[in-house]
Design a protein around this ligand. Sequence first.
Ligand SMILES: Cc1cc2nc3c(=O)[nH]c(=O)nc-3n(C[C@H](O)[C@H](O)[C@H](O)COP(=O)(O)OP(=O)(O)OC[C@H]3O[C@@H](n4cnc5c(N)ncnc54)[C@H](O)[C@@H]3O)c2cc1C
Length: 449
Amino acid sequence: MSAAIRAARFIPEVLLIEKHSRLGGLNSYFYRNNTLYETGLHAITNYADPGNKQAPINRLFRQLKLRRKDFSFCQQIKSEVVFRNLESLTFSNDFDVFDTEIRKKFPRAAVRFQEMIDFINHFDPFLPSPFRSTKFFLAEKLQAPLLAEMILCPLMYYGSSRENDMDLSQFVIMFRAIFQEGMFRPRGTIKEFLDLLFTHYLEMGGSLRKNCGVKKILIRQNRAIGVELEHGETLECDHILSTIGHDETLRLISGAGASQSTDLARLGFVETMYSLQHKSTPSLPKNKTIIFFNDGERFSYKNPTDFVDFRSGVICFTANFQGLPQKSMMEIRSTHLANYGKWKHLSTQPDRYSCQKQDTSRRSAQMLENLIGSFATNIVYEDTFTPVTIERYTAKINGAIYGSPEKVKDGNIGYPNLFLAGTDQGFLGIIGSMLSGVSIVNQHILPKL
Ligand SMILES: Cc1cc2nc3c(=O)[nH]c(=O)nc-3n(C[C@H](O)[C@H](O)[C@H](O)COP(=O)(O)OP(=O)(O)OC[C@H]3O[C@@H](n4cnc5c(N)ncnc54)[C@H](O)[C@@H]3O)c2cc1C
């Protein structure tokens, strides 16, 4: 949608085509019992005060001609990285909190950590470059394996499409986005956030077709000339920007073949949302927003052999943001790595699939209770989604939230007027995908007008 808004500022006829009945993609919403639930929102990264003109979020707002004052944002209270029985690190939107924690808990790595910060501050992650291993970089830079894993845990969970490593540029982007800038959420729901963007898009003159999947991208003499929709209609156009994923896009082009990324595993996740009455949870933390945890001896971020790897994950208290109005209900969300193949296989047997989801929810709650205290007996409503759910609602191959392990950083997939933006261009998360949309329109479409 941000790509469409940016394009609509300069191009009279922009059409956004969405397969689903609602906008938002991975970060959308649904209703159960007349209550709105967000599909995924934990926190938005890249927080910056409105006065910080150079901050990515403020640059993004300017590019989209959005006014910050039309949006009300609530910052995280504080978050934690917890490696149970080993160490914990607190961080917030004030980087000094994290810095002080590291000096206190890893005094022998303090000087090296500062050198790493200097490196990050001077590194340009947007210059196209081949993959560089962050694991190798951190091992050399910090010489503190536990600290390196504790830094990687949140960054991988919120932005790595690769098993057990991430590209150094991606690491720098995520380190800035999460630790140096920080996290927030809109004061209202994700629906209100999306509605604001959508109204703005309409005001710019853009149009939308919902419930409208693209079946084919039509190519003539190596140029995209239009799309064929699932219901058979054909639309012609001058430029196409695809945000559905790299392989997903190539699949729509007959004869294009698959990209080269297929030998690396795509990562899947399960997420359970536990809804509780506020008054039934007096002992749960009220001052923590997100806990990234690891319970194993080493932090392992890879496709699990079983349905779910409960040893690590994310716990989000969606009510624990500064200034967020208190509601009668509160939510705890848990996220773990999950094996798409196993879930997909089981999904052919709906009863067993459903039992496995219930078992996942129960075991996840047990794991969470070890860290935050008991709550499971007070759950009023719960919902678990698997990689199969993601695949069904967003058409992401293998339900991989972070898409292909190989990114196409310049958005160029071999056609002069068909480009890739969003997750598989390499900017992950909500702000990342929005920035990606804007930057690909700027780089490839606006100069050709
Ligand atoms: C549970 C969960 C929690 C998350 N939490 C956070 C968070 O707290 N903070 C954060 O920053 N990020 C979070 N994310 C990640 C974030 O949602 C994504 O990184 C971001 O939405 C990616 O945007 P995108 O535009 O690249 O792709 P998508 O959101 O996948 O959008 C692609 C769109 O294309 C549509 N589409 C697919 N195929 C077709 C077709 N053939 N024709 C037409 N349309 C098609 C899909 O329906 C979808 O709407 C979360 C994701 C999930 C699933």
